[in-house]
Design a protein around this ligand. Sequence first.
Ligand code: SF4
Length: 436
Amino acid sequence: MLSRAILRTTRVAHKRAFSSVDFSYEKPFPLPNAPETPWRKLPGSEKYVSTINVEGREMLKVDSDAISALTKEGMTDIAHLLRPAHLEQLANILKDDEASDNDKFVALELLKNANIAAGKILPGCQDTGTAIVMGKRGRSVITTGASDEEAISKGVYDTYTERNLRYSQVAARNMFEEGNTGCNLPAQIDLYSEEGDEYKFMFMAKGGGSANKTFLFQQTKALLNEKSLTEFAIEKIKTIGTSACPPYHLCFVVGGLSAEQCLKTVKLGSAKYLDGLPTSGSQGGRAFRDLEWEQKILKITQDMGIGAQFGGKYFCHDIRVIRLPRHGASCPVGLGVSCSADRQVWGKINKDGVFLEQLEEEPSKYLPEVTDKDESLSEEVVKVDLNKPMADIRKELSEYPIATRLSLTGTIIVARDIAHAKILERLEAGEEVRGI
Ligand code: SF4
């Protein structure tokens, strides 16, 4: 009797251990709604590509010089140009009656800056960023010459060493000693394989301030209700603050099969790479955009009053909310932004040559007509002479509320992270640091 009972229990357990779901592969990040990309061909780039027949199958043969050339062109473009949609969003702030004067001031300055950068002499931002390149090589593509990673690195090297772009990367010699690599390498390079006969790329330059505003929160199922998620979003989005130069393209990701998948999705989402995702979930666990929550969080950011740096409505241009599958016992939530240096561009290589997404070469069309109203806006600026003693400057500044716009004239000494560390080191060693 006992052995029959054990047998029955074993059979039940055995039956429960196996799924009744049939195998069916579902792409984790399908992009059925991907918007059309405007392309421009790199002149003469057909010389880099040819087709060969391998066991009856046509394969695209790509010289690695094509990858270097595309990388160089892509990284150069994003240092100087922006997408039309981003510029349009800035121009729309100027037309919005609900935007604060400070929102409009920031938007106008960013548009002016975009016009200077489009001359391709000076970059759009002094922090010319870490080069991040993602490639997806079709299974019918073979490359010759240098390895793909080396070819991409060469393109990044050429861009940064031949133009007025800052080198931001520091290499560790040991745990505490570092030195600038002098060419902005290494780049972050992520290569994947997929179906197809094209080699697709995403080029991005991510500034330190913007990258620092990427956050991971390890949550639980308890977060997944309207009230908790709303409170969580308000609290965490506020902590981003304005140091990463808003207005932002903000991405909020709920779920993920791992912490790194969650954060990778944040980065791609903020770059608009995942705009073509479906807008509903599935049995198989595909990623999807939640459009309702995108609107809800956009409204939250508008009501926060932080605005585009000094109070107002435009903390964010737009929001992406992406929902991912997750392990039942964990719920990573990621948050990040693409800043006012909204630098990313798509590239592709196929049998017709090498192509790059067309960014806006003529941003002047987004500038407003100059009117008397603009003159009156400039009169609201408080002029501050920095050559006066610091005590006088502080007294003067204390007369104005936060969010007052200032025009500073005089000598400014600026020092960032490395200088801060040096100053602290000297102070802790009991040495005098002049001016502090
Ligand atoms: S946050 Fe963006 S715009 Fe601001 S300094 Fe960094 S890269 Fe430049």
